[in-house]
Design a protein around this ligand. Structure first.
Ligand code: HEM
Ligand code: HEM
Length: 193
């Protein structure tokens, strides 16, 4: 029997791609497609063409340039929400449970790694729920203040995702080169139990 069933492996890699994609959209929003930087650039370039725009108009233009990219944050966001539901269903399979059984027999390091997985699942559930509420705040008649607070929380908790992802990737690479040879390839071919 395989250690990681095919559906679990597909889930892991699609989920990894979606989370990396979400982080990618945030990176673009905060760098190359930042409305602050681009509105200044647009006003300057339009000025050179003798087209004067107000700060407010430049901001509208810069946000319009950013909008098609940010649609991906929402699309990937829906995908993340669906993947988390899928993960709950996977918990009823051997692969889905395998990291969370016989915890008492594990080393302290392994216990920490597994608690880390549970924590990241909790964090991602919060990100998906808060993200969906933010997206539908009007339909949900959320107050402006409530929306603002939730956005700040969504943005704050994002830091935890930003910390988990590189730690996880570096962690499995180190494990692969030391005491857990094959840990990464097993998540590809399934491994043998
Ligand atoms: C792209 C590079 C990545 C590699 C090489 C990788 C590799 C692995 C491996 C080998 C495992 C099994 C480790 C174990 O049993 O303790 C694992 C588990 C896991 N990975 Fe990744 N991963 C990557 C990216 C990600 C990303 C971006 C996420 C997003 C949060 C993620 C989330 C998880 C989670 C939550 C588990 C635990 C699965 C469970 O519940 O048993 N991985 N990963
Ligand atoms: C790994 C998961 C996620 C991460 C790391 C993440 C990260 C972020 C960050 C950092 C921001 C603030 C951007 C800024 O103002 O500079 C943001 C905003 C937002 N996110 Fe997410 N997010 C995630 C999941 C989701 C999901 C699942 C949805 C819903 C479909 C979503 C919808 C939104 C919305 C609507 C905003 C507000 C955008 C605005 O004010 O224009 N996010 N997200």
């Amino acid at each position: 029997m395989k250690k990681w069933r095919l559906d679990f492996r597909i889930w892991h890699w699609v989920h990894a791609a979606v989370v990396l994609g979400l982080l990618g959209t945030v990176f673009l929003r905060k760098t190359f497609l930042s409305w602050r930087t681009n509105s200044e650039l647009l006003s300057q370039k339009l000025g050179e063409m003798n087209l004067e725009v107000t700060t407010e108009q430049a901001k509208i233009l810069a946000k319009a340039v950013r909008a098609p990219m940010w649609e991906w944050h929402i699309l990937l966001g829906y995908a993340l929400a669906a993947l988390l539901v899928w993960r709950v269903l996977l918990f009823f399979t051997d692969s889905g449970k395998r990291n969370y059984q016989k915890l008492k027999e594990e080393t302290l390091h392994k216990k920490i790694v597994k608690v880390g997985y549970v924590a990241i699942y909790g964090i991602l559930i919060f990100m998906a729920a808060s993200g969906l509420i933010l997206h539908f705040h009007e339909a949900l008649s959320l107050t402006e203040e409530g929306t603002h607070t939730l956005k700040e929380l969504h943005e704050f908790v994002y830091n935890a995702v930003l910390i988990f992802v590189p730690l996880h990737i570096i962690g499995v690479i180190i494990a692969e080169t030391r005491e857990e040879k094959g840990i990464i390839s097993e998540m590809i071919h399934g491994g043998e139990r």
